[in-house]
Design a protein around this ligand. Structure first.
Ligand code: GLA
Length: 389
């Protein structure tokens, strides 16, 4: 493939075609017209104001320091061509979350989800759905009755069921795998995240909301694999075990979960490859498949590894990019091994170019990061070269 950088570029997914699909999360921004970008920016400002108004300090974020939304980049972004050519699997970064779609009782906005589906069809790619049930980015109305009070269990259950079936009816033939439940394990005690831990789903529906969501998803998406997705499973052994315990119970009750999604928002030092391997094999031992759903490699250590402190912005030297490339390579070698063992099925990166990564500004509001395979202009980085060699 010829790029504007005037060199023949390899295709990432082709390098792994005998092992697993290679996917990317696509930001809706790359699929928007210029007018839609302006409208979207206006919406983001409203959401930001709302988020700021409702912000409650946590030990991790004691103060509100999140950067204000910026106007969206204009023109066709390099991510567009790369998304079309480098990956054989796509997922929406935000556009298939409940908060982007379910605006009211009978009010669904599928505009951007349809657009991504059309993009995938045009480019002959498979598509994942992220996500059906999550404590974040759910619409506020869904948990409230007409007086603005907590809705009853029956009503919330009906709303969730309707959502799952409406989405399934529209997309079931295009979706190869669905994140049915996202981030349901608590970081505090490694059991189900409850109301005190920000899950209004658990709070109102009780612990069996997970079983129900999977049974409904099985009917709504009969051909898709059904995923339970979470972060830090490869990093925190207690959380890994907590997910294992949950899965054992689900399987004993005949709940149709078949795949564990490891988000893998990891960094240049942590976790060791051996922990990643151990995690994949642990879930494999339950007879489940594993997919990597949201990977990137930040160039900053976690504050837990760093005397509780975040590092300031680093200098992005060629050595740093080489180190990152080596780390991507070692981890992809482990993925190949686990794919050969029949456990690992897909690897999805959480974005395409560094410029668009959510890690710019997270977890440190005014610090940039360079965690992906392409730089801000869409030029392949050392990690891309290493993975496609
Ligand atoms: C979590 C979610 C994703 C996304 C990232 C941050 O991992 O599962 O949908 O919001 O956080 O971008």
């Amino acid at each position: 493939m010829q790029t504007k950088h005037n060199k023949i570029m390899k295709r990432l997914f082709e390098s792994y075609k005998d092992y697993f699909r290679v996917g990317a999360a696509i930001s809706g921004i790359i699929l928007m017209s210029e007018e839609e970008k302006v409208e979207h920016f206006e919406k983001m400002k409203i959401r930001y104001a709302d988020f700021k108004k409702n912000f409650k300090p946590t030990p991790e974020f004691p103060e509100f320091k999140f950067p204000e939304p910026k106007p969206l980049p204009t023109g066709r972004l390099p991510d567009y061509e790369l998304a079309a050519n480098q990956f054989n699997l796509v997922v929406a970064e935000n556009e298939c979350k409940m908060g982007s779609i379910y605006n009211g009782e009978n009010d669904f906005d599928f505009k951007m989800a349809d657009r991504l589906r059309d993009f995938a069809r045009t480019n002959g790619q498979d598509m994942r759905w992220h996500t059906l049930v999550w404590h974040n980015q759910s619409p506020k109305w869904i948990f409230e009755d007409e007086k603005g009070e907590k809705v009853s269990k029956e009503v919330l259950e009906e709303r969730l069921k309707k959502y799952i079936f409406t989405v399934g009816e529209r997309y079931r033939d295009d979706i190869c795998s669905v994140d049915v439940v996202n981030e349901c394990i608590s970081d505090k005690n490694f059991i189900l995240r409850d109301g005190a831990d920000r899950s209004q789903w658990f709070d109102i529906l009780g612990p069996d909301y997970i079983d129900k969501a999977f049974f409904w998803a099985k009917e709504a998406f009969p051909k898709s694999s059904l995923v339970i997705n979470d972060y830090n499973l490869e990093i925190v052994p207690g959380k890994r075990q907590g997910m294992y315990n949950l899965l054992k119970g689900l399987l004993e009750r005949g709940v149709p979960v078949d795949t564990v999604g490891l988000q893998m928002h990891i960094n240049i030092e942590n976790p060791p490859v051996s922990e990643i391997e151990k995690t994949i094999e642990l879930y494999g031992s339950l007879g489940l498949n594993v997919i990597v759903t949201e990977m990137e490699i930040s160039v900053y250590p976690d504050k837990e590894q760093n005397n509780g402190k975040f590092d300031p912005r680093r200098e992005y030297t060629p050595e740093l990019f080489e180190q990152q490339a080596e780390r991507y390579y070692q981890i992809f070698e482990c993925f190949k091994k686990e794919a050969k063992a029949g456990i690992l099925k897909d690897v999805v990166l959480w974005g395409i170019t560094d410029r668009m990564s959510w890690k710019n500004g997270f977890p440190v509001p005014d610090r940039t990061d360079v965690p992906l395979l392409f730089d801000g202009e869409g030029k392949p980085k050392a990690a891309f070269d290493r993975l496609t060699k």
